[in-house]
Ligand binder design. Structure first.
Ligand SMILES: [Zn+2]
Length: 184
């Protein structure tokens, strides 16, 4: 309701029509929403408008409120966030030599911020392996909506995204620990 004031319109009352907050008090959803908030807080500069990231966050909050398995939303959210900030790894080429990744396996080298091919995988290091399905899943998770995007991650792809986030953040998000204790 607006009231016509002398120089400006005055809002005299408002009614909430759509809000996700009522669903977010459920502990599993609250923990996931805390991770979303922590990642945005950690990765984004104050006062720097990033409309694409804002849209990603509001979409993720609405999805968190509406799903029985909110934790499944985190890998895609995290990878899309890294992508929008220019931090996502190249998913088609080796981060060391730049050659296109051959079909089949690749290995995650989170410290280098990307994937490595068989030739560059240092044998004495125990890098997590991603098979062809995991790689295709990672690529589909990174795509924008409606471009054959994937919404759910394979376990290996989800673990790889967690490692990449921890690498760029310099630590694991605190809210992830809370999520772990909930088993959500
Ligand atoms: Zn290589």
């Amino acid at each position: 309701m607006m009231h016509r004031g002398r120089s400006l319109e005055v809002i005299v009352s408002a009614e909430i029509r759509v809000a996700a907050w009522a669903q977010l008090v459920e502990p599993g959803r609250y923990a996931v929403a805390s991770v979303l908030a922590e990642l945005i807080d950690a990765f984004c500069e104050p006062d720097l408008a990033l409309p694409e990231v804002y849209e990603l966050l509001t979409g993720a909050i609405a999805a968190t409120a509406g799903t029985p398995s909110p934790r499944d939303l985190l890998p895609r959210f995290s990878l899309r966030l890294l992508e929008m900030l220019g931090l996502a790894p190249p998913l088609e080429s080796c981060v060391h030599c730049g050659r296109p990744l051959p079909a089949g396996s690749a290995w995650l080298d989170a410290e280098s911020g990307g994937l490595v091919d068989c030739g560059c995988k240092e044998r004495w290091r125990d890098l997590p392996e991603l098979d062809e399905r995991d790689l295709e899943n990672l690529r589909a998770l990174a795509r924008p909506k409606r471009e054959r995007a994937a919404l759910r991650a394979t376990p290996a792809a989800a673990a790889a995204i967690d490692e990449l986030v921890a690498h760029h953040l310099g630590k694991r998000p605190k809210a992830m620990a809370q999520l772990g204790t909930l088993g959500a």
